[in-house]
Design a protein around this ligand. Sequence first.
Ligand SMILES: Cc1cc2nc3c(=O)[nH]c(=O)nc-3n(C[C@H](O)[C@H](O)[C@H](O)COP(=O)(O)OP(=O)(O)OC[C@H]3O[C@@H](n4cnc5c(N)ncnc54)[C@H](O)[C@@H]3O)c2cc1C
Length: 483
Amino acid sequence: MPNSSSKIAASADTTESRTRGPPVNNGGLSLWQQNTRSYSNLEANRNALLPSESKYVVIGSGIAGGLLTHKLIQAGVPGEDILLLEAREAASGASSRNAGHVRPDAFRGFETYAEHHGKEQALKILANERVVLEKVNQFVRQHDVPCDFNYTTTLECCMTPEFAGYERRNYDAFRRAGGDLSHVKHYTGEEAAEKTGIAGVVEAYEWPAGSSHPAKLAQWLLDAVIDKGVRLYTYCPVVRVTADKSSVKHHSIPSPLWDVQTPRGTIRAVKVVYCTNAFTGHLLPQLAPHIVPYRGQAHAIVPVPALTGSKMLRSTYSLRYSLNHYYSIIQRQSDGTVILGCSLPNPKLPEEVIRGVRTTDDTQFNKAIKDDALRHFEAFFPDMGIDHAVYGEGLAHAWNGIVGLTSDEVPFLGPVDGKPGQFVCAGFNGHGMARIFTSAPGVAKLILGRPWAETGLPECFRFSQARLDKLTSSLKVATKSKM
Ligand SMILES: Cc1cc2nc3c(=O)[nH]c(=O)nc-3n(C[C@H](O)[C@H](O)[C@H](O)COP(=O)(O)OP(=O)(O)OC[C@H]3O[C@@H](n4cnc5c(N)ncnc54)[C@H](O)[C@@H]3O)c2cc1C
């Protein structure tokens, strides 16, 4: 498939080295960022003086930071009491770089979750994702958020008999454990091919899911809280958070506890919230081994006529060869653009490409990953005349962003043990759109002193030193067994 932009080849990367640290300051732009350059708070308070204190400091202006702040305000916290700090331009992390899917998993992952957390938690993890889709839908409709949200269905396409077997096993195990599958349809043989339109599909499943313009959603959240008095400081990376040792008494804060240090000054705060996803280990080193940054990549394609107008794809897709080798497709109903995502460490790619995605560097896309993704896209739709694409059709843009993978596949939420007043809401495993809309409101409740039970979240999402200790010892065992 031809590139419609010759600049793309010029920006393809060759080296990646960063595996830790804060976001790089020269991140490239996603499609979503490219077409929202007019966003008025993009560089909010970029050059303004920082206040010296604030009751609440939320670090990270992605969907987690924005939604959590929104929920604090809805619960009665005055917006003026909250500072939102962002290392780069507003919402410039994964939230504005993703593949646009708001896609709960229906049963896939059950075995893995059960292995890590037991069957009961595995059921709760998957049930929570279903709730998230409804929460996003309600939120977008209630507030009339112009983020192109499309509530539809998703087609999970098993592209190999092995993966079809894996899916059936998970489906059966989930059902046997009491999981609800009433919303899931299963297609085999001819019916799978007909329903999905995908060449080579072995079996398929269908259930409700959605897609959105993620940057518009993130930006709407920021606007909503700024309207209520929250101050967002962009280009203000937090370098460390330390205990406030000063004996100075502050007027507006009864007991300042934490010094939030940035190159632009230090802010004393009572409550500090890390909505820093993949970058959390930089500020909370105890999480560094357990929220690991990986670089994901996505592509925007201007479709050929066979995928335009009345022939557009109405459902979203996940096309899987194995657990770690898959592609995702959404077609934007507003303009027809196809967004093609892909798995992070695709085992079919050369070793150096696989190693390269273990990075915090989101400056440039990877050419080998782009070529592989386009090759597969063509294979999924072989009869569409993609070979005859005219200039302007084909790849319009490729970009990447950093996701935070956790060792036990679920996020870290809640108070940080040993650091009273600090909270974390991070580690969304490249799957935040199916988790943040219950996680961030849950952490907002915990910040306001409500008990975990009121969050309605699976208990295994909770941050605790005991969870870290368990993960550390299993990491040690894994390292030993590799020796
Ligand atoms: C290519 C790609 C495709 C994806 N596709 C999907 C998908 O289709 N569906 C899905 O559910 N999920 C997808 N994801 C994952 C999803 O985007 C994330 O799970 C979600 O956006 C996480 O939101 P967040 O607010 O926690 O993190 P982010 O959006 O990353 O926000 C964290 C913010 O914290 C800031 N920050 C970090 N450190 C500091 C610091 N020290 N000081 C100040 N600010 C700091 C960052 O700059 C960033 O803006 C994808 C991700 C990528 C990269």
